[in-house]
Design a protein around this ligand. Sequence first.
Ligand code: UD1
Ligand code: CA
Length: 470
Amino acid sequence: MTGQPTQTGPPTTLDILILAAGLGTRMKSRVAKVLHKLQGRPIIAHVCRIATLLEPRGTYVIVGHQADRVRAAVEKELGNGQATFVNQTEQRGTGDAVMTAREALAGAKSTVLILSGDVPLVRFETLRALIEEHLANQASCTILSVRLENPTGYGRIVRDESANFLKIVEQKDATEDERQIREINAGIYCFDSEKLFSALERVRPNNSQGEYYLTDVPGILRDDGEQVTLYQHHDAREVSGVNTRAELAEFENLLRRNAVRRLMSDGGVTFIDPSHSYISSEAQVGRDSIIHPDVHIEGKSVIGEGCEIQQGSRITDSRLGNRVTIKDHCVIVDSEIADDCAVGPFAHLRMNARMEERAVVGNFVEVKKSQIGRGTKSMHLTYLGDATIGEDTNIGAGTVTCNYDGKDKHPTVIGSHVRIGSDTMLVAPVQVGDGSVTAAGSVVTEDVPPHTLVAGVPAKVKKKLNEGKT
Ligand code: UD1
Ligand code: CA
């Protein structure tokens, strides 16, 4: 009976439930919808990050389609053990999805915030306000609603003559009149856990899709005489879901435009063509840096002040210092570049490539898992893999560190003030000492002592060099 006054109000302990078991048929994909990427991260990862900001007691993710991959995506975002996964073996509707968490939440006596795994832009502040409203009203259920110009596809909010909540009706079950309603259910709700599960037991799949609708629960609660409140939100885009590829592209565009606008207005960054700049929302770019068209700055990349990133380069999860120039068409992944370096055109840095101050990597040079010392130059057509190179060394055109013997990778160590002649093959593991020189076309199979000139195939010592005269 509802005669029991809710003197204590709804429980203040928060549990979050994220629905992510569906395939997302409208995506026309073999990949579960919540795994599709937005700004390089799965859609579900965006939702999970917002959820944890609310510091819930528990986060429950309902998985089904490609459960293992969805679980992995969540764990990558939150860390292992931060979420509990509940398997919905057959996708029989959003009501059924919530029901699978019943055992986990039975007797929880909490406020349950339900989120859709496919609504990635929702903000922390919005959810916080929804929860506060729910608690302040001592409601059994609070629904986040929004008015849309085009509400097609969404569940409509039906109100009575006094504008109180009556029920939610799904698009496919709505009458012609109900379809005119612009206020829609965003699929984000707060429930009193006990009331939620008591009403869910009474949901029947007697609708056009033969599904168990979570959206029947508020109507059932209202008929029970429970308090069901609407929380009207005003930013439609923020609470809309990704249902189609077109919407995914729209979201991507929106986030990218926001990131560019933020960097121009607050960051003092120049974009030659903002509409062709692809910047992740997590990236940082320093003042007076100039970004040319078709540049992608992805993940958590940090770019310093006064840098210039030229046309068509991609920088992923990397750090650049100040006054770094990246010439056209470079790919820089998981790497670090110190102040006053120059890279490219057409260079590739990856797997923790590190350049110290004033180092230069030029045309068609690939640097993998290597460290290039201060002022060292490698200007043309070179592969440096698993190498450590000292300061003010010059690496001639066509140099290759032969780091792979078909089974294992081996290191190459080159000292400071070295001159590696054009077309030198450094057969690793091998070392070249400070101040040494390899002649053009040398194949270096043995360590070269400091201040020594080697030449030939295989390279032999030709003469000792005067120290300080290289
Ligand atoms: C749902 C709502 C609709 C609302 C819209 C807002 C229902 C019946 N309808 O419709 O009122 O306007 O969201 O975005 O709830 N899911 C499962 N298991 C299932 C079915 C779905 O986990 O058996 C998950 C999906 O993976 C998805 C979420 O629930 O993350 C929503 O499902 P979806 O099919 O996208 O619902 P909509 O048709 O958009
Ligand atoms: Ca949806």
